[in-house]
Design a protein around this ligand. Sequence first.
Ligand SMILES: CC(C)(COP(=O)(O)OP(=O)(O)OC[C@H]1O[C@@H](n2cnc3c(N)ncnc32)[C@H](O)[C@@H]1OP(=O)(O)O)[C@@H](O)C(=O)NCCC(=O)NCCS
Length: 168
Amino acid sequence: MQIREACEYDAKRFAKMQLQIDGETDYMLYGAGEREISTKDAKKRLEYFADLPYSIILVAEDMETESLVGFLIADGNPPNRMQHSIYIAVGVLKDYWGQGVATRLFEHMETWARGRGIVRRIELGVLCENQKALRLYQKLGYEIEGTHRDSFMIGNEYYDTYWLSKLI
Ligand SMILES: CC(C)(COP(=O)(O)OP(=O)(O)OC[C@H]1O[C@@H](n2cnc3c(N)ncnc32)[C@H](O)[C@@H]1OP(=O)(O)O)[C@@H](O)C(=O)NCCC(=O)NCCS
């Protein structure tokens, strides 16, 4: 398994992986089949992120199958007063859950964040019932700051999310 920064040449496989993850869990922002991502759109997004100093997209690549199996997006902020803070989104293909892929993506991201010299705060949101992800974040030192009430709607049901952060 290789963890590395995504590049424009990953576009097709990146789009495929994101859509597959949408369909494999209820815990991401988009539901199964809710969005389309063309290779062109994915390429544009990857190129855009590659040019930003304060954001990064990481991918996990299974070198045997040459497929992308996980991603982590660390999104920073341009204003001076927010440039010490980054927001994280992460997903791994179901077949690869429990194999340490997300842990490695986080480790890589934190190395990048520390290397920037300016990042102080890493934050993310998670559905309160997503125990697996919550355990992962807490294991990595992220602490719950509060609850966003009814911030997700899946079908006709509202769900709370926790907001977590880690100061580095
Ligand atoms: C949550 C997710 C990113 C974890 O990725 P992963 O690669 O399976 O995670 P890891 O293998 O690195 O596991 C890390 C930790 O997660 C927790 N974890 C993993 N599988 C678990 C399980 N079945 N039950 C409980 N905790 C579990 C453990 O704390 C584990 O640490 P440990 O192996 O030292 O015990 C992945 O399951 C996923 O993409 N799920 C669907 C999308 C999602 O929920 N994204 C997060 C939205 S906020």
